[in-house]
Write a protein that binds this ligand. Structure first.
Ligand code: ATP
Length: 254
């Protein structure tokens, strides 16, 4: 992968009273990579993402997406980014096709609702309301809604939280397809380390408002092992998740 950067973040800061929620964060995201932001609860991941997305005011620091300064030109940035919305924020009286059509009207550049529905495997649900969808389907709908303007960069905040193993895997496939086929750049947060290991080209690990390391999952694991770390011995060669998937199959249920 050619390392051309599409997001640059320089010395980003946000304070709430005495709390330094984001305390001098700098990093780059390369074009067409899947970049993960990891860290314990309260580390500052969402605050960092929301400042980058232009949803939260930046106290100090500079963010540029595709060469556009987010604080100076928020409207220009909105055209090229897609942000996964929480499904609870959706209008209750529109079905998913109508919702995607409505979101499309906010943009000059837009993708057809039916194409988006097919892309996220919600065929047959065109007339459904969000509340009639399962958790996995709602997550896929929220990804569809973030793609309406055919964005260059997609932001996903904990995209698979609360999903069953089949639905998580199906979302991983979708995220990989959006990167590989549609050539988008994806920035995501997750608390699932297996997910970050599987999906992310590079991860940043945050704690107390700071980034403590950025690297590929492989390098981070190698570094740990080179320090003499001994992995905990597993009780068995397979996991309970392997059993679950063996018994219930890999096919999506919803
Ligand atoms: P999680 O993994 O739980 O989602 P996070 O890493 O995304 O956590 P943030 O939501 O960015 O963490 O919060 C970072 C810190 O900033 C936390 O201590 C949080 O309580 C605080 N914080 C976030 N938003 C506000 C706000 N609007 N007012 C005051 N404090 C806030």
């Amino acid at each position: 992968m050619a390392n051309k950067s599409i997001i640059t973040v320089q010395d980003l800061r946000k304070t709430y009273g005495d709390l330094k929620a984001v305390d001098g964060v700098s990093f780059e995201v390369y074009e067409n990579e899947i970049f993960g932001i990891l860290g314990p609860n309260g580390a500052g991941k969402t605050t960092t993402l929301e400042m980058i997305e232009g949803l939260k005011q930046i106290d100090e620091g500079i963010v540029e997406i595709d060469g556009i300064n987010v604080a100076q030109k928020p409207e220009a940035v909105k055209k090229i980014v897609g942000i996964q919305l929480q499904s609870s924020a959706y209008f209750e009286y529109l079905n998913i096709t109508e919702l995607l059509d409505l979101f499309g009207t906010f943009y000059k550049r837009k993708i057809d609702a039916k194409d988006l529905i097919d892309k996220v495997n919600l065929e047959g649900k065109e007339k459904s309301y969000v509340k009639q969808l399962s958790g996995g389907q709602q997550q896929r709908m929220s990804i569809a809604s973030s793609l309406v303007n055919d964005p260059k960069v997609l932001f996903l905040d904990e995209p698979t939280t609360g999903l069953d193993p089949q639905a998580r895997r199906s979302l991983w496939d979708l995220i990989e397809e959006i990167r590989n086929t549609d050539k988008k750049t994806i920035v995501l947060t997750t608390h699932y380390m297996d997910e970050a290991e599987q999906l992310c080209d590079r991860v940043a690990i945050m704690d107390d408002g700071k980034i403590i390391t950025i690297d590929t999952p492989a390098n981070l694991i190698k570094n740990l092992l080179s320090k003499g770390f001994k992995p905990r011995k597993r009780k068995f060669e397979a996991t309970l998740e392997d059993v679950f998937l063996d018994l219930t199959g890999k096919k999506l249920r919803d």
